[in-house]
Design a binder for this molecule. Structure first.
Ligand code: OOG
Ligand code: NI
Length: 455
């Protein structure tokens, strides 16, 4: 019997392939990677305990390699096809994001590994958006968009065959895995030859730049990759010095001692050559991003985050206020969000992973996990947030769509339609974090016995 390659290995191969492809296609991304590496080096050198803390959190080996990417598709069949493709790599849909309140006519999910072990092997995830054609107001244009999308096939026949083989046999051999990664890359590559004339392209661009990006090309070209950064504010600053054009503000919570959720920023989309029939032209959609992650928040923590962010956006709208004023407002509002791990835990604002403290062993301690923590017999580390934030995602979309990226859209979420297109129900991210926390509590109580004591 042939040996099957694990899904985690295929994902790692795919992630490496995407990195190589994107650095070659978008040289500015390569430049960003250099800046990130330089800032990471400086940050590690300036903080003696940082490397050790990252090692303990299982994050040290992911410096400079952890990243996500994003794609956009146009038809329900394309989305369900992607679900099957990503399943080969152990990536399943998590979360539902409605971007319509921000004027972007898509809804999205994230394909990602779900277990902690798989995430540590390779955390690569893909933020995937589906166009909502019903939000294209002009009826003739909407019909034209659907007709164009109807004609394209985004997977190579060989890729489809390998997905079927995987489904039939529960895995791929090494040779098949290598071929699969190669074929899958075709779906996400930039194809400069547009599927429409320059006139048609301009028509869609005028309707919404996102619609033009989704409808006029061969398929879901990867529109950015994202590197982790140990100091996102320093990289934001350094981008300017190196001639990259960053978006105005860093999305997400402010800089904190106890980081929460996700902070992210990007350089704005670059102009790439495109051909429309015989005519030379250009298209602007692709960029580079960096992210810095912190603790996953409970429903209560998330409600507080959403509330403080809404207050900030109302008091200092980033499209009106200066970046400095926005930053000051954000910091001021988030003074109400506890900024130390002990309080985040005590008030159940964030999820934690528990473990027996060094030196604690089976013995005479008593009580639940809180008592064990108090007695110094157990310890808790925040669980990292592995998902996305709709307001932040909207900010990233907008700064990269340029003028016209924001429209008033009279729409609510359409989760049912999204799930039907996907052919699955995305996992609930909060439930995943809660399960991890509970499992770690059970394991800790078990390891220390119903009663526990220190040496
Ligand atoms: C996706 C933007 C969202 C993020 O990191 O929040 C995103 C897109 O532009 O297609 O990637
Ligand atoms: Ni992103």
């Amino acid at each position: 019997m042939t040996q099957l390659v694990s899904a985690d290995t295929i994902r790692a191969m795919f992630s490496a392939e995407m990195t190589q492809m994107y650095r070659a296609e978008v040289p500015q991304y390569q430049k960003l990677a250099h800046i990130v590496a330089e800032v990471d080096g400086r940050t590690l050198a300036a903080d003696e305990t940082l490397a050790e803390r990252l090692r303990r959190a299982g994050r040290y080996d992911l410096i400079g390699v952890e990243r996500h990417g994003a794609i956009r598709v146009g038809r329900p069949e394309e989305l369900s096809g992607l679900r099957r493709l990503f399943a080969v790599m152990g990536m399943t849909p998590v979360g539902y994001y409605d971007l319509s309140p921000a004027g972007v006519p898509v809804h999205s999910t994230c394909f990602r590994p779900v277990t902690e072990q798989a995430t540590r092997i390779c955390p690569f995830r893909i933020f995937t958006s589906l166009l909502r054609p019903e939000l294209i107001e002009d009826e003739a244009l909407r019909r034209e968009a659907l007709a164009i999308l109807e004609r394209r096939r985004i997977f190579t026949p060989r890729c489809e065959h390998l997905i079927e083989l995987h489904e039939a046999h529960g895995g791929l051999s090494e040779a098949q895995a290598m071929e699969f990664v190669h074929e899958a890359a075709e779906t996400f590559r930039w194809h400069g030859q547009a599927k429409v004339s320059a006139d048609v392209y301009r028509k869609f661009l005028a309707a919404h730049p996102l619609v033009a990006d989704v409808v006029c090309f061969q398929g879901p070209h990867i529109n950015h990759l994202t590197l982790p950064s140990l100091d996102i504010d320093a990289v934001q600053q350094s981008m300017v010095e190196h001639g990259l054009d960053p978006k105005a503000i860093v999305e997400g919570p402010p800089r904190r001692r106890a980081p929460i959720l996700l902070r992210q920023t990007s350089f704005k989309a670059i102009e790439e050559k495109a051909r429309f029939d015989g005519e030379e032209g250009a298209h602007k959609a692709r960029f580079g991003e960096i992210e810095q992650r912190g603790a996953a928040l409970t429903a209560a923590g998330r409600a507080l985050y959403d509330e403080l962010l809404a207050q900030t956006l109302a008091a200092a709208p980033p499209d009106k206020a200066s970046p400095a004023d926005y930053g000051a407002e954000l910091a001021r509002r988030f003074a109400d969000f506890p900024d130390d791990a002990a309080t985040l835990r005590a008030r159940r604002l964030a999820f934690f992973r528990y473990a027996p403290a060094a030196g604690a062993r089976m013995g005479a301690g008593r009580g639940g996990i809180d008592e064990l923590i108090q007695a110094g017999l157990a310890q808790a580390e925040p669980i990292f947030y592995e998902d996305f934030l709709p307001v932040s995602a909207a900010g990233i979309f907008q700064s990269n769509l340029g003028e016209g990226g924001r429209r008033e859209l009279a729409a609510g979420a359409a989760r049912g339609a999204f799930e039907e297109a996907l052919g699955a129900t995305p996992a609930d991210e909060l439930a995943l974090y809660a399960q991890s926390e509970e499992a770690s509590i059970r394991a800790t109580l078990e390891a220390l016995g119903a009663s526990a004591t220190a040496v």
